[in-house]
Design a protein around this ligand. Structure first.
Ligand SMILES: [Zn+2]
Ligand SMILES: [Zn+2]
Length: 470
């Protein structure tokens, strides 16, 4: 393809790999990245982002897939790295516009199938891939490389083609004691330095954090110590999809001699998926039904619930409003936020915490004790992986401009020869000669209305969102 070619006729050639992020470059959320080669396109992830407190009129946003929807006969498939909402959340809304196979590992596939079924889709477009497996998708080969993160089965994908390959890391950390799952594939990552990798497209979420990200296994002792201070109920809130965290919390409860259960639909659903996919250890004590927890003696209760982001309809927000059907909190109960606040949710979280304090309920956050670890690589983790893979080119993604700049700086100081920071809609050509920008493709975002329609969000609103993340 020549750079003068209009985007309308854009057909990837057989001697190039095209790279086109439509979401997730310059922001955290709504990931959608396209790769083009030999007449075909491949999409990696299809996620949503939450409008949060700043955009209450736009609670759910996603990348506008118009570019790829207009040429969907060339879309060979959607490759999903892992099951977080910013990677799979848009599938129920956008799959109808794309109608191609969706590739995912078994745990992620179970999450996607549940979502599509709840959205009323009666087809099953999901093809399961094992971690470590390499499959053919159109003219691409796609290899799933096991990583560690804050959900079961996170993967990097090595997108291979006759013109070279790209390592798309997805979300990751280097956790040597991940509690569940097979761990990250150090051997395979290290082996990539001997292969024709054109570029590494890499998670930047924690690039501004020095040092290394802690392990899930670091949390058990501090959580037990916090739990030992509690005389009445313990309620912990965490991201439902962090199955390793739920397992740790269940073990903390057992160690404290308390009965354990989960409250909230998302939590119950996730435990069910974890059970059928083999991620719920069989040695854990049986879960107490969420509806019964509120009626047990208070000092016996350890419950985990949704609502770590202050979502108004979550179990925790209802408890804080003294309006939960099954669990009314009393003075002296303790709530542990085993989570971080996603930027944009500060006010909702603060509101929930204040309501809890007004009920004389204790509140412990990651500011008070080691009750949360991140799922993303800090600076030293990034240095390590760059040293293993030794890519000729790094493209930081999955971060605000500040995170991308920090990751770029780390890559440069790790002797990566070329580093390129791109934004949504930047069409780039990757080759052994490096990266070249070919031009801009119209990109934007869609907002989900309460009636299910998707509407483009106006440019001025985009600018104010950008201002927020800067
Ligand atoms: Zn993500
Ligand atoms: Zn993730």
């Amino acid at each position: 393809m020549s750079s003068g070619q209009p985007a309308d006729n854009l057909v990837p050639a057989d001697d190039e790999v095209l790279f086109l992020p439509l979401g997730g470059a310059g922001e955290i959320g709504m990931n959608l990245t396209l790769y083009g080669h030999d007449g075909a396109w491949l999409a990696v992830d299809l996620g949503i982002t939450f409008g949060g407190d700043d955009f209450p009129d736009h609670p759910i946003l996603m990348a506008d897939p118009a570019f790829i929807a207009a040429r969907r006969e060339r879309l060979a498939g959607i490759v999903i790295t892992h099951g977080h909402e910013d990677h799979i959340g848009a599938l129920p809304y956008l799959w109808q516009r794309l109608r191609c196979p969706i590739y995912a590992t078994p745990f992620t596939a179970a999450m996607i199938r549940g979502k599509l079924a709840r959205a009323g889709l009666d087809r099953d477009p999901v093809i399961e891939v094992a971690q470590g497996e390499r499959i053919a998708v159109g003219p691409f080969s796609v290899e799933y490389i096991a990583m560690t993160h804050s959900i079961p089965e996170p993967n990097a994908v090595l997108i291979g083609s006759a013109a070279g390959s790209v390592l798309h890391t997805g979300d990751w950390k280097l956790d040597d004691r991940p509690i569940i799952g097979r761990g990250y594939d150090h051997c395979r990552l290290h082996g990539l330095r001997a292969e024709p990798v054109l570029a590494m497209v890499c998670d930047s979420t924690n690039a501004v954090v020095p040092g290394r990200t802690g392990s899930e296994a670091d949390l058990f002792k501090p959580l037990v110590a916090v739990g030992e201070t509690a005389r009445q109920r313990i309620i912990a809130t965490a991201f439902a999809s962090n199955v390793a965290r739920l397992v740790t919390l269940a073990r903390v409860a057992a160690s404290l001699g308390r009965r354990f259960g989960v409250i909230g639909q998302a939590m119950e659903r996730m435990v069910a998926v974890a059970r059928v996919t083999g991620y719920w250890p069989e040695d854990l004590p049986a879960l107490v039904d969420g509806g019964h927890l509120g009626h047990l003696p208070r000092h016996e209760v350890f419950a985990v619930c949704t609502g770590s982001q202050g979502e108004p309809n979550s179990a925790l927000a209802r408890m804080a409003r003294d309006a939960h059907r099954d669990m009314l909190l009393d003075p002296g109960d303790l709530v542990i936020f085993s989570s971080r606040v996603i930027p944009g949710n500060e006010r909702s979280v603060e509101r929930t915490q204040q309501r809890l304090r007004n009920l004389d309920v204790g509140v412990i956050t990651d500011q008070d004790a080691l009750v949360h670890v991140s799922g993303h690589p800090a600076a030293e983790d990034l240095r390590r992986i760059y040293n293993w893979v030794q890519p000729p080119l790094v493209i930081p993604v999955h971060g605000t401009p500040r995170h991308l700049a920090a990751n770029a700086q780390i890559a440069r100081s790790s002797h990566v020869p070329e580093v390129q920071v791109v934004g949504n809609g930047d069409l780039c050509r990757l080759s052994h000669r490096g990266m070249r920008r070919l031009g801009r493709i119209a990109s934007g975002r869609l907002s989900l209305l309460p009636d299910g329609r998707l509407i483009p969000v106006a440019d001025d609103q985009l600018r104010s969102m950008r201002a927020k993340v800067l």
